[in-house]
Design a protein around this ligand. Structure first.
Ligand code: K2U
Ligand code: NI
Length: 188
């Protein structure tokens, strides 16, 4: 079972590396790791289990956050339209994206960052992502709003990028160019 002690923190070199492609079809070890990552997210959102094992709630987890430099992450959340995203993805890739940007009005956090880092994190408002899911299917996901933000946050981890790398150093609350807050757009 993955717990917080397994999650490495900012400054660890693996979080700053570009992770390696996963050989497909995934071997038993990679599949089990990704399944355990998805289970961690479910546990972290279950009040009793989270309390018992002192888990921080998470909606996404990327393998580099476990010190595993492989291109895979899991997500578990519901978006503002009530769509549920709960799966693991191997070798995810943004194949197209909007010009428009978005950002979470309350900023972002990270399970690998045990501090508040205030500020707007600029993201693409809409992204199309191709990946292989836990069932081994080649999938193409068209995402917008909160879902687009979560997937981009996790994809960044596969490229050694932390959410605060996107925050304007001079003015953290500068509205990113051509961007609208996600919480408003979530209903589109
Ligand atoms: O990758 C991670 O560290 C997991 C992040 C993902 C994330 C953070 C901010 C915005 C989008 C995705 C954790 O889920 S941060 C904790 C959290 C928990 C519930 C809702 C939002 C953020
Ligand atoms: Ni993170």
């Amino acid at each position: 079972m993955i717990t917080m002690k397994d999650i490495i923190l900012e400054g660890h070199p693996v979080l700053e590396q570009v992770a390696n492609e996963v050989m497909l079809p995934p071997n038993k070890e990679d599949k089990e790791t990704l399944e355990n990552m998805l289970q961690f997210l479910k546990n972290s959102q279950d009040e009793e289990i989270a309390e018992k094992y002192n888990l921080r709630a998470g909606v996404g987890l990327a393998a580099p956050q476990l010190g595993i430099s492989k291109r895979m992450f899991a997500v578990h959340f519901e978006d503002l339209q009530g769509n549920t995203y709960s799966d693991g993805y191997f070798n995810p890739k943004i194949i197209s994206h909007s010009v428009e940007k978005t950002f979470l009005a309350n900023g972002e956090g990270c399970l690998s960052v045990n501090r508040e880092v205030p500020g707007y994190v600029s993201r693409y408002a809409r992204v199309t992502i191709s990946a292989t899911n836990l069932a081994g299917q080649q999938v193409k996901l068209r995402l917008r709003g909160y879902a687009a933000v979560v997937f981009q946050h996790e994809l960044d981890h596969l490229n050694g990028i932390m959410f605060y790398d996107h925050i304007d150093k001079q003015d953290p609350f500068l509205i990113p160019e051509n961007a609208k807050p996600c919480d408003l757009q979530g209903d589109k």
